[in-house]
Write a protein that binds this ligand. Structure first.
Ligand code: NAP
Length: 319
């Protein structure tokens, strides 16, 4: 069985979707790339006649990966229903539908079961949330979670091409302050509750993915001048006292986690960039608290890899 696949968006995530679909050998009959304007471009080493994202472009499409912009005028809000009505399953990288009832928000290592009975639209989680829940899931299963406090160190490619231009070319209209040689503790905009958009995503999406609607989560999200790879310092309170050995075992056996138990073998974004895994290091245990550091490529596990894994899960379930 092979599939006709459309990618909406030819930006950083669109490009990684092409490379991940190829690297993971997703069974593709035809691969279409759609964006706002038609052109011929090389994406991940392949030439594409990029088509305009419009309803008719989804005729015959089995899987449509959306990686355009968000909001009322964004690609998913405008076109996801058009794609679904033509028979496609939509996997959306944006935040428009993630918290909607009836829309599964899926990180396959954690909640693949949520795909059952989907209505054609599946949401991919926020990049910093994805790597965090991959690392929280084995702790939840082994010990039970009481409280999570996370601080992030997020790469500029998390803002797409414009974020990279802000770091590399000094583009000034992307972040509220210069990003080069700086750290900006605001990602998105601040709401009435004082949380930034990114912080609210981490709280609400983690609860939905982990099926822990009352989990106490406190997030501080920070943009730093790193090209690719988000890092997180995570503090977790669990339901009972734990030993280091059992925490290392939980991380060591968990799917999707690349883990070295050596205290001085810590992951960094420079090493994680280009790798689809979620790296864990600097684990510390005291009583019922666990501290650790995790790093993952925001464009891969944080976006494209997770989206392709969702499609693979659907293909597997149909067989
Ligand atoms: N970057 C990350 O780490 C990351 C992680 C998780 C999720 N996401 C989400 O993934 C999406 C894409 O992010 P990105 O980093 O790839 O952004 P990007 O580099 O800025 O690229 C955006 C692409 O979307 C296309 N596009 C925008 N509006 C469109 C529309 N209405 N119809 C069709 N195409 C449209 C643009 O087309 P043109 O080229 O024709 O202008 C461009 O190719 C966003 O929703 C983002 O929030 C990003």
């Amino acid at each position: 069985m092979t599939y006709t696949v459309a990618i909406v968006g030819a930006g950083l995530v669109g490009e990684r979707l092409v490379s991940e679909l190829r690297r993971r050998e997703f069974p593709i009959r035809e691969l279409r790339v759609l964006a706002r304007s038609a052109r011929t471009v090389e994406i991940a080493g392949e030439m594409f006649e990029v088509g305009v994202a419009e309803p008719e472009a989804f005729e015959g499409v089995n899987f449509a990966f959306f990686a355009g912009t968000e909001g009322e005028k964004g690609a998913a809000v405008q076109l996801a229903e058009e794609a679904i009505s033509r028979g496609a399953v939509v996997i959306d990288n944006g935040s428009d539908f993630r918290l909607d009832d009836g829309v599964p928000l899926v990180v396959p290592e954690v909640n693949e079961d949520a795909l059952e009975g989907h209505n054609g639209l599946i949401a991919n989680a926020n990049c910093s949330t994805t790597q965090m829940v991959v690392t929280l899931a084995p702790l939840a299963k082994a010990f039970g979670l009481k409280k999570v406090v996370v601080s992030t160190y997020q790469a500029v490619s998390g803002s797409g091409r414009s974020g990279v231009e802000a770091l590399e070319d000094g583009r000034e209209d992307v972040y509220p302050k210069p990003i080069a040689r700086n750290a900006i503790p605001l990602i998105g905009s601040i709401g009435d509750d004082g949380l930034s958009t990114e912080e609210r995503k981490m709280v609400l999406e983690s609860r939905k993915i982990l099926s822990l609607p009352d989990l106490e989560v406190h997030a501080t999200t920070v943009r730093i001048p790193v090209h690719t790879g988000h890092s997180e310092s995570v503090y977790v309170e669990v339901e009972r006292d734990v030993e280091m050995a059992e925490v290392l075992e939980a991380f060591g056996e968990a799917p999707g986690i690349v883990f070295s138990g050596d205290a001085d073998d810590f992951p960094t974004p420079l090493e994680a960039a280009g790798d689809p895994g979620t790296f864990v290091g600097r684990v510390r245990v005291e009583g019922s608290t666990i501290n650790y550091w995790c790093v993952s490529d925001n464009l891969l596990k944080g976006a494209a890899t997770n989206a392709v894994q969702i499609a693979e899960s659907l293909v597997k379930a149909r067989v």
